[in-house]
Design a binder for this molecule. Structure first.
Ligand code: DX5
Ligand code: ZN
Length: 218
């Protein structure tokens, strides 16, 4: 099956956000990946609700919202109201992850769990059945344009087995340093969704780059 492609708006030209979103509308992208950073969970600040609402005004595709913030439970309803279709929270930021996933689903959004590169997939054993998606960080969160961490392949294999063994419907998203070189092996190992920021937006032809990622063979 073809992967879902979720270009990360973080790498787009914020001074021309409307035309960037319109380009994504025309592309083969499936979702728009929205990175929210608070300067506490990660050492960087991206953007918040007003910018997300501006993206939503023009976007014709689902918004895949990745919350790199502490205490995300405080803001779930607000992100849903701002247009989030999927809301992903970090395992490392949630004391009551099970409750937070239910809170996300109660808004009507899909619920995702993100894992930092050092966080073991096995920790999801008792919550995987409640997740719609698991996002594996393949760089340390906080910045676009970083180098892909190779251990991710191994994590996908373990996660895939866990999903099957627990009868979970969760899909697997990979975020960080994704490009045309690592996409085929990521898909072969079991990835369903590929996030790509700098690879898409710094390419000469983002539409073609998205199309190439979409047709990556596995
Ligand atoms: C990193 C973000 C990523 C980032 C990916 O903290 O979660 O979504 O935008 O950017 P690239 O594809 O450039 O690594
Ligand atoms: Zn992200």
């Amino acid at each position: 099956m073809k992967p879902l492609i979720a270009p990360s708006v973080l790498a787009s030209d914020f001074a021309n956000l409307q035309s960037e979103v319109e380009m994504l509308n025309k592309s083969q992208a499936d979702w728009l990946h929205i990175d929210i950073m608070d300067g506490r969970f990660v050492p960087n600040i991206s953007f918040g609700f007003p910018v997300m609402e501006a993206i939503r005004r023009y976007a014709q595709k689902p918004l895949d919202v990745h919350l790199m913030i502490v205490e995300p439970a405080q803001y779930i309803e607000q992100f849903r109201a701002a247009g989030a279709d999927t809301i992903t929270v970090h395992y490392e930021a949630c004391t009551h992850l099970h409750r937070t996933l239910q809170q996300i689903k109660a808004t009507g959004a899909k619920a995702g769990i993100a894992l930092n590169p050092h966080t073991s997939v096995q920790l999801l054993e008792d919550v995987i059945a409640d997740a719609d998606m698991v996002l594996l960080m393949s760089v340390n969160p906080g910045f676009g344009g970083q180098k892909f961490i190779e251990n991710t392949y191994r994590k996908i294999e373990i996660l895939k087995n866990l999903i099957i063994s627990r009868n979970s419907k969760a899909i697997i998203e990979i975020d960080g340093g994704v490009n045309q070189h690592n996409a085929p092996l990521l898909l072969e190992k079991g990835a369903d969704v590929l996030v790509a920021g700098s690879f898409v937006f710094s390419s000469a032809d983002p539409l073609q780059t998205i199309a190439d990622l979409k047709s990556s063979a596995n």
